[in-house]
Design a protein around this ligand. Structure first.
Ligand SMILES: *[C@@H]1O[C@H](CO)[C@@H](O)[C@H](O)[C@H]1NC(C)=O
Length: 175
């Protein structure tokens, strides 16, 4: 949790400097092996929200994703947490993660378990609304985070599309 917060904070600083000086900074890229990059692209392309016209856009997004290591018990996102422009979505490289949700009647209802694959956090990322579930690491693991400020700078927002019927289903089953 500490590592994740530190990362988000760092990006928040970069963003405020940008706004102060009115400079559109270059996005930072983090080198990755071809194999890892392919995995991240493949996972990102399954995002509920992203339907990019140009497949190379996925490659550009993935280049900016940052490695985050977690340990068992780390809470990556927490239901109810408000988000800002530095909010992230996460793609799993490795590890086991459980998404849970508190409802009006039940506490910590399991929604989904992820093993070494998948992405989470996209609801708040794309909708700019509070986190709708809690995701906790059940093992040590590695995530790749995509920062929304960076995503904005890549100017790919106009290419995402929302389907409201699918959205209702997604909202029930994912986070
Ligand atoms: C879920 O409810 C329990 C019991 O009230 C509480 O301890 C926990 O913090 C809640 N989780 C979230 C994410 O709000």
């Amino acid at each position: 949790m500490r590592a994740v917060s530190a990362f988000v904070f760092a990006f928040a600083i970069v963003n405020s400097l940008d706004s102060t000086f009115g400079v559109k900074s270059e996005v930072e890229k983090f080198p990755k092996s071809k194999e890892l990059k392919n995995k991240l692209i493949k996972t990102l392309s399954k995002s509920f929200y992203l339907t990019l016209d140009e497949p190379e856009s996925f490659s550009g997004i993935v280049d900016t994703m940052k490695r985050v290591t977690v340990k068992p018990g780390d809470v990556i996102i927490k239901q109810g947490d408000k988000v800002d422009d530095s909010r992230s979505l996460y793609i799993i490289e490795s590890g086991t993660y459980v998404a849970t949700r508190n409802t009006s009647q039940y506490v910590d209802v399991p929604i989904k378990t992820y093993n070494d694959h998948g992405l989470f956090g996209e609801f708040a990322f794309f909708e700019n609304r509070p986190r709708i579930a809690t995701v906790t690491a059940k093992s040590a693991g590695v995530l790749y985070s995509l920062d929304h400020n960076t995503f904005d700078k890549l100017r790919v927002m106009k290419k995402f599309r929302r389907d409201h019927n699918r959205f209702r289903f997604h909202h029930m089953m994912h986070c």
